[in-house]
Design a protein. Structure first.
Length: 171
């Protein structure tokens, strides 16, 4: 099985050499997996949606994955004569490294850490509450500054918006 990556007439496409029987690489792989090649392949970005991904047939998902793999090989600029485990592992490691960097950037971002801290505090409250005492936990979506302003504007606690909301709306 040989694969050659080169610029096709349409920019961004990868061309695959056919074997001696004239059969292209992707259909041969799908046939070995007992899958029918996809008759059409939609936009690769459609697979970002979990629902669309789960509804897509296996052949279409595999074809899309192979297109991404071939695109990565084309972008690497190296000529590939044979697909072997080392080459595939190398590209998987590159993808893993890229995903790890993106996850690190998200997880170490200050805003994400603030939200995570709030959720962890809420989880601790729920975990440490004794619900045998007929306790009901309800969460209000209100910012600290808005709550502080509400208390400052109210002459007495019983005239605050929070008090009215909890008493009359039956939170």
């Amino acid at each position: 099985m040989s694969v050659t990556t080169e610029n096709a007439p349409v920019q961004g496409q990868t061309t695959l050499q056919e074997n001696s029987a004239g059969e292209a690489f992707t259909p041969r792989c799908l046939k070995k997996l007992n899958l029918t090649p996809a008759s059409r392949l939609g936009d690769i970005n459609d697979f970002l949606d979990d629902a669309a991904l789960s509804e897509a047939p296996a052949a279409e998902r595999l074809t899309a994955a192979m297109q991404v793999f071939m695109e990565r090989i084309r972008q690497s600029g190296q000529r590939v004569e044979k697909l072997d485990k080392t080459l595939i592992d190398h590209h998987i490691a590159e993808l893993d490294f890229q995903i790890s960097r993106q996850l690190d950037a998200v997880m170490h971002h200050q805003e994400f850490q603030q939200v995570e801290s709030l959720w962890r505090g809420l989880k601790q409250l729920v975990d440490n509450t004794d619900y045998r005492q007929n306790v009901k936990t309800e969460i209000l979506d209100v910012a600290k500054d808005d709550l502080r302003q509400d208390f400052e504007d109210a002459p007495e606690l019983i005239q605050s918006g929070l008090y009215w909301h909890t008493l009359y709306r039956g939170v």
